[in-house]
Design a protein around this ligand. Structure first.
Ligand code: NAD
Length: 327
């Protein structure tokens, strides 16, 4: 696929060995870039995630930390575009806010500063639906306020958006921020400390144990498949759009109870959900994205429905577990 903006460009992807980042790299490769530089410290990313492009002469992988400003400078000085995706997970930020500060805030500042210095043509910043906390309106438009957010992670993402906004205003740095809702798909973290609930349920199916739902399962989310997110990133680069934030979701609300039912169905499982009372209140009990802005300005359209996406995720998960058992 030929496109003037990407073809012959060098593109830096921070966090490119991660779940979403590795799909963004794959999507970019369809547009024949001159070079893709990846910086990832493997705190979550893996070599395995990059298997589909490990041998590509176009991709230069650097195992390194975005807190290393000299490394950032060495990479950004050679780049035309930057996808800034390296980040700590929401629970990791809560467990260690100082690390959160250094990665999400300080290193993001250095990224923005160097992007100005080296006249980067556009930055695509991975933000999050967490900026809203519990939103005021459903479906939630981008204009909802971030004041109900209570998490360090959501605050840091909002700060990142505002940082790029101010650098656009002061220095003309073009950027787009993408607020992903609930991302899922193959290459999700299956073994780490902070695995998502759908992975925990797949673990239950593997072990033939009834999957546990904490609470009544009425909490809702807006799930969006990882390849659709990757496409939104490339669309954000290609579109003639700057200084904007976009919700990236499916505009479909799914409760945890419904999610579990679909996971059981696609795996032909007869296990029964086990409801366990919980004292902890989830402050974000509902998520539903208004994606009309992304539809209009990025021509974004989610293509993978939850059934097909969960089938892909399940097949990948079981293949991986069998491979690990044999290893
Ligand atoms: N997964 C989701 O549901 C979701 C939702 C909203 C926003 N996001 C955002 O999307 C982006 C990608 O998320 P993901 O789900 O692929 O997570 P991920 O953890 O798989 O990817 C992040 C990558 O950044 C790397 N990284 C972390 N700290 C680093 C550092 N100091 N130096 C270099 N590399 C570092 C990790 O090793 C990892 O490969 C992140 O910015 C995340 O906050 C994700």
């Amino acid at each position: 696929m030929k496109n003037n903006k990407i073809t012959d460009s060098t593109i830096l992807v921070t966090g490119g060995a991660g779940f979403i980042g590795s799909y963004v790299v794959e999507e970019l490769l369809n547009y024949n870039p001159k070079k893709i530089i990846i910086i990832d410290n493997f705190i979550r990313g893996t070599i395995e995630n990059m298997a589909n492009f490990a041998n590509s002469p176009i991709v230069e992988f650097i195992e390194g930390d975005i807190r290393d400003t000299a490394l950032l400078e060495q990479s950004i000085s050679r780049s035309d575009y930057v996808f800034h995706m390296a980040a700590l997970r929401i629970n990791a930020c809560a467990a260690n806010p100082r690390d959160g500060f250094e990665v999400m805030i300080k290193a993001t500042y250095e990224v923005a500063d160097l992007c100005v210095k080296y006249k980067i043509k556009k930055v695509i910043y991975s933000s999050s639906a967490s900026v809203y906390g519990l939103a005021q309106h459903f479906p939630t438009p981008e204009t909802d306020s971030p004041y109900d957010n209570q998490t360090f992670y959501g605050g840091a993402k909002m700060w990142g958006e505002q940082l790029f906004r101010s650098f656009k205003f002061m220095y003309g740095l073009d950027y787009v921020a993408l607020r992903y809702f609930n991302a899922y798909g193959p290459r999700m973290d299956t073994d780490g400390k902070y695995t998502e609930v759908m992975i925990k349920w797949l673990d239950c199916i593997k072990d033939n144990k009834n999957p546990v739902i904490h609470g009544d399962g009425s909490t809702t989310m807006d799930f969006v498949y990882v390849t659709d997110i990757a496409k939104s990133n490339v669309a954000a680069l290609l579109a003639d759009v700057t200084d904007e934030s976009f919700n990236i979701g499916c505009n479909i609300e799914t409760s945890l109870k419904e999610l579990l039912e679909i996971i059981l169905e696609v795996n032909n499982s007869t296990l029964e959900p086990q409801f366990v009372e919980t004292k902890t209140v989830n402050p974000v009990s509902k998520r539903l994205a208004d994606i009309s802005k992304a539809r209009n300005l990025l021509q974004f359209e989610p293509h993978v429905d939850l059934h097909s996406g969960l089938k892909e995720l399940s097949d990948w998960y079981f293949k991986k577990k069998i491979k690990n058992q044999l290893a």
